[in-house]
Design a protein around this ligand. Structure first.
Ligand code: UT7
Length: 328
């Protein structure tokens, strides 16, 4: 008899270098006061030049595997969610497979921006439930510092680097399980948040090299409005599918983009702020890595305990959104 799919381990990795708002203000026309008031971010991590997205991903993955007590060579599926791959091809997951020594694993990337980790979770859950794989390593990893325009104060203050991972496998009796998932996309809004250059639509050439087109561009106010509505709806979808009420939810782990967005969602879901996990003051917005890192921190600090009902909800470029309800 199937008991669903459980999260057997979590892990995260943040690069050592911390860039505070005050340090950033020395080379960008901004201030700690503006960034904290508008976003809640106080610092972000910056990966070293020779530290690629795959390296961040592999370090987070090793910690998750250790906790799950699964050997790297026994991993059957690796999905890396990222918008900052090491290379356009092959997929970052292929580098991760090699770095971990998970040579039997099928490995591919998912590109769903900040919703990517929860897209990967839904895919992995369904693939395990269908019997295709016994276990899966899902990773959200980003080196956004390589894709921000450090001359654009409206975006560069927001993002940071990092990775988080989770190991999924078939649940045994009495173990926690993923109760419900939801994912969605609105391709009419691709213009609101994108990296316009570096793809086939706009290759970087000698003529446009100075325009920094391979960096994140965002219409922040528009994105903000969509973020609140889409995340509220997606969270409510999984809460309903899981048969939960607001008061059953032990902790909400929302995408870490802006404290004002997080507060707006908490109030719309009727969940008090103390049951909403926040770490964006330390790391900024790490896109696909954000929820994965937050899940690991909440788990390792004991904020998530056995039997807790956890709701994760994300939103990002695409536009994409996703949510998951879990019984821990
Ligand atoms: O992860 C994917 C999802 N992403 C998001 O969810 C992000 C959603 N958007 C946001 O979080 C917010 O829209 C931002 C934090 C990006 C911007 O906050 P805002 O309250 O919408 O500010 P704004 O863009 O309307 O800018 C207000 C003012 C402008 O000046 P004027 O035109 O009022 O004179 C900007 O030029 O703030 C100025 N400004 C800055 N000032 C100091 C913009 N960026 C900065 C800055 N430092 N870094």
């Amino acid at each position: 008899m199937s008991h669903g799919v459980t999260i057997a381990g979590t892990g995260s990795y943040l690069p050592e270098k911390i860039l505070t708002n005050d340090e950033l203000s020395k080379f960008v026309d901004t201030s700690d006061e503006w960034i904290v008031t508008r976003t809640g971010i106080k610092a972000r991590r910056i990966a070293a030049d020779d530290e690629h997205t795959s390296h961040l991903a592999s370090k987070a993955a090793e910690r998750a595997l250790e906790q799950a007590n699964i050997a790297a060579e026994d991993v059957e599926l690796i999905i890396v969610a990222t918008i900052t791959p090491d290379t356009l091809t092959p997929a970052t997951a292929c580098y991760v497979q090699q770095q971990l020594g998970s040579h039997k694993a099928v490995a591919f990337d998912v590109s769903a921006a900040c919703s990517g980790f929860l897209y990967a979770m839904k895919l992995a859950k369904n693939l395990i439930e269908s019997g295709s794989f016994k276990n899966a390593l899902i990773i959200g990893a980003e080196k956004l510092s390589s894709f921000v325009n450090w001359k654009d104060r409206t975006t560069c203050v927001l993002f940071g680097d990092g990775a988080g991972a989770a190991v999924l496998r078939a649940a045994e009796e009495g173990e926690g399980r993923i109760l419900a998932t939801d994912i969605g996309t609105d391709g009419k809004q691709t213009h609101l948040l994108n990296i316009p250059g570096g793809g086939s639509a706009c290759p970087i050439t000698i003529d446009n090299a100075g325009e920094r087109l391979a960096t994140l561009a965002m219409l922040g106010k528009e994105v903000f409005k969509h973020a609140v509505t889409r995340m509220k709806n997606s969270a409510n979808t999984v809460i309903e599918r899981a048969g939960l009420q607001a008061e059953d939810i032990s902790i909400v782990i929302p995408h870490q983009a802006n404290l004002r967005i997080i507060d707006a969602i908490a109030s719309r879901l009727d969940v008090p702020n103390e049951r909403v996990f926040v770490n964006l003051h330390k790391y900024g917005n790490t896109s696909a890595a954000a929820i994965a890192i937050a899940l690991d921190e909440a788990h390792r600090t004991g904020e998530i305990k056995k039997g807790d009902k956890v709701v994760m909800v994300a939103f990002g470029a695409g536009l994409t959104w996703a949510a998951a309800a879990i019984e821990w």
